[in-house]
Design a protein around this ligand. Structure first.
Ligand code: BES
Ligand code: MN
Ligand code: ZN
Length: 505
C-alpha cells in the first residue's frame, strides 16, 4: 500500500530527472516545443531510436530509450497518443496509467505534457493524468516483508513526478479534487485487500470513523443499539460470529443550504460482509479466501464519502454501511429460521449464504425512514450469478427509476466503470414469496441476481433507488491500465462523477 508517487506541476522542465516522458502522435515526430527543450543532439538520438524501432506513436504504445546521447536523463519514455481521432478521445486517466507502468527504476520523472496543437493539454488533462498514475502505481504490499525479484514494477521509496505544462497553475488548482478522488479509490482498495482477521466490523467502523478528519459526521451503531432499533435481519447474519456487528452512518453536508436540503440527501448504502463463509449453508473451500472482499460495497461507500468530503462537494450525502461477519457457530442462523426485519416484514431463511440482502434490507429501510433521502444507491457483492450474466466488465444495475439508471449509465461511460441494466418485475418477485413468512431469502436457481434485487426492492418503498451488484467488478477483476490491485475500488469514481455531473449546487 505504498504511496509511491509524489506529483507536482510546473512549466515543462527536463532538469534533474531520471525518466523523461514525451508524447508522440502517429506521425512519429517530436513536437517542436519538446525539440527545443531537449536540444538538437537529444532530438537526434530520439529520432534514431524512433526510426530503428519503427515506432509509430500509436495510442498507448510506448518506447523506452535508455541513456540517450545528448541528454542527461537515464531514459526517455516515448508514449504514443495516436492520430487526430485518438487524440480527441484521449482518456488522460488511462494514459497516466500507461506512463506509471513504464517508469522503471527511476527515482524521479518529468512528464512533458506537450503534443500536436490539436491535443488538449489543459489543467484538467494534467490532473487526470496524475490520478491515473497514482491508481496504477498503487500496490498493497504492507504484508510482504521481502522484495521479490520478478517484481518489475516495484520501486523502493518515493518517485517524484513533475508534470510539465503551460497551464501548470490551473493544473495545481484542479488537481486537489482529483487527488481526493484518487485517495477515495485507494482507501476503498485498501479496505478490500485487507485480510479478514485484521478488518473485522469493529476495525472497519474505526477506519470509517477517520472520515471525521475531513468534516464527515460519523455515527457507529453497536449491537445493542441495532437490537433496540430492530435490525434483526442484519443481526441474524452476524450472530454466528464472535465478532460484533456494526452499522456506520456517514454524513457529508456540503450543499449550499437550498437545493439538496429541500429534496433530502443522496444516500449510498454498502454491503459490508467482512467475511462470508456462507454460514451454516457453508461455501466450498476453493476460493473461499476471496470472500474477504464481500465488503466491497461498503468499501466503495467509504471511499466515495472520502472523495466527496475531500473535494468539498456541494451536496448533502449519506453513506451507510452494514458490517457483519457471516460465520457458522453454535449460535448461527439456520435454514428454516424466520426473522422479523426492521421493516416489520418477515423473512424465511432458506440459505444462510444469501446474507447480503438481509443486511441491506435493514439498512435500506432504516435510511429511507430516518433520513428521507431523495435517492438511494446500494452497492453489494451480492450474487455469483451476476458474474455469469455480465462477467467482470459491467456491474449489474437494477432500478425503479429510469432517469437514475440513465445517469449512472452515462457516468459509467465517462469513467470507464460501466454498468448494465437488468430487469425487475412482479413475475420475478413471486419467486421469493414464502410458504411461511412474507418472503424467503433465495429465489431458486434461475435469475439469481434479479431475485436478489427483487428482495431489496421490498425495502425501499417509493424512494428512487438503484442497486448495483458489484460481485464481478469489486475484486479480482482483470488488470487494467489503471489497476493492478485485486481490490479494485470500483464505483468510487463512478459515483463521484454521478454526483458531480447531476447533483451539486
Ligand atoms: N458474497 C456472495 C456473492 C459473491 C460470489 C460475491 C462471488 C463475489 C463473488 C453472496 O453472499 C452469496 O453467497 N450469494 C449466493 C446467493 C445464493 C445462495 C442465492 C450466490 O451467489 O451463490
Ligand atoms: Mn453469501
Ligand atoms: Zn456475501
Amino acid at each position: 500500500m505504498s504511496e509511491v508517487l509524489k506529483i507536482t506541476y510546473s512549466a515543462p522542465d527536463i532538469s534533474k530527472t531520471g525518466s523523461l516522458i514525451v508524447f508522440i502522435g502517429d506521425d512519429g515526430q517530436l513536437p517542436d516545443a519538446v525539440r527545443k527543450l531537449i536540444g538538437t543532439t537529444g532530438a537526434q538520438s530520439l529520432k534514431r531510436a524512433i526510426e530503428a524501432e519503427n515506432f509509430k506513436g500509436k495510442a498507448k504504445a510506448a518506447l523506452t530509450v535508455t541513456a540517450p546521447h545528448g541528454l542527461e536523463v537515464e531514459r526517455v519514455i516515448l508514449i504514443g497518443i495516436g492520430g487526430e481521432k485518438d487524440r480527441k478521445e484521449t482518456d488522460y486517466v488511462r494514459l497516466g496509467g500507461v506512463i506509471a507502468g513504464r517508469l522503471g527504476s527511476a527515482k524521479s520523472a518529468s512528464v512533458l505534457l506537450i503534443g500536436p496543437s490539436d491535443w488538449r493539454v489543459d489543467g484538467q488533462a494534467a490532473s487526470d493524468l496524475a490520478m491515473g498514475m497514482r491508481l496504477r502505481a498503487y500496490r498493497f504490499d504492507k504484508y510482504q516483508t521481502k522484495k521479490r525479484d520478478n517484481d518489475t514494477e516495484k520501486t523502493s521509496g518515493t518517485v517524484s513526478v513533475k508534470i510539465g505544462l503551460a497551464a501548470h497553475a490551473e493544473a495545481k488548482k484542479l488537481s486537489k479534487a482529483g487527488e481526493g478522488i484518487a485517495d477515495g479509490v485507494i482507501l476503498a482498495r485498501n479496505l478490500v485487500n485487507e485480510p479478514p482477521n485484521v478488518l473485522d466490523p469493529v476495525e472497519f467502523a474505526r477506519r470509517a470513523s477517520e472520515l471525521t478528519k475531513l468534516g464527515v459526521e460519523v455515527t457507529v451503531l453497536d449491537e445493542k443499539q441495532l437490537a433496540k432499533i430492530g435490525m434483526r435481519a442484519l443481526l441474524g447474519v452476524g450472530q454466528g460470529s464472535s465478532k460484533e456487528s456494526r452499522v456506520v452512518i456517514m454524513r457529508w453536508n456540503g450543499a449550499k443550504a437550498a437545493k439538496s436540503a429541500k429534496t433530502g440527501p443522496l444516500a449510498f448504502i454498502g454491503k459490508g460482509v467482512v467475511f462470508d463463509t456462507g454460514g451454516i449453508s457453508i461455501k466450498p473451500a476453493a476460493g473461499m479466501e476471496d470472500m474477504k472482499g464481500d465488503m466491497g460495497g461498503a468499501a466503495c461507500v467509504v471511499g466515495l464519502m472520502h472523495a466527496l468530503a475531500s473535494r468539498k462537494a456541494k451536496v448533502n450525502a449519506i453513506g451507510a454501511i452494514g458490517l457483519v461477519e457471516n460465520m457458522p457457530d453454535g449460535n448461527a442462523q439456520r435454514p428454516g429460521d424466520i426473522v422479523t426485519s426492521l421493516s416489520g416484514q418477515t423473512i424465511e431463511i432458506i440459505n444462510t449464504d444469501a446474507e447480503g440482502r438481509l443486511v441491506l434490507g435493514d439498512v435500506l429501510w432504516y435510511i429511507k425512514e430516518h433520513y428521507k433521502p431523495s435517492l438511494m444507491i446500494d452497492l453489494a457483492t451480492l450474487t455469483g450469478a451476476v458474474l455469469v450474466a455480465l462477467g467482470q466488465e459491467n456491474a449489474g444495475l437494477f432500478s425503479n427509476n429510469d432517469t437514475l439508471s440513465e445517469r449512472l449509465h452515462a457516468a459509467g461511460v465517462a469513467t470507464g466503470e460501466t454498468v448494465w441494466r437488468l430487469p425487475l418485475s412482479t413475475a420475478y418477485d413471486k419467486m421469493i414469496d414464502s410458504k411461511f413468512a412474507d418472503m424467503k431469502n433465495t429465489g431458486g436457481r434461475f435469475a439469481g441476481s434479479i431475485t436478489a434485487a427483487q428482495f431489496l426492492k421490498r425495502f425501499v418503498g417509493d424512494t428512487p433507488w438503484v442497486h448495483l451488484d458489484i460481485a464481478g467488478t469489486a475484486m479480482g477483476s482483470p488488470e487494467s491500465d489503471i489497476n493492478k490491485s485485486w481490490g479494485s475500488g470500483w464505483g468510487v469514481r463512478l459515483l463521484d462523477r454521478f454526483v458531480a455531473d447531476y447533483y451539486e449546487d
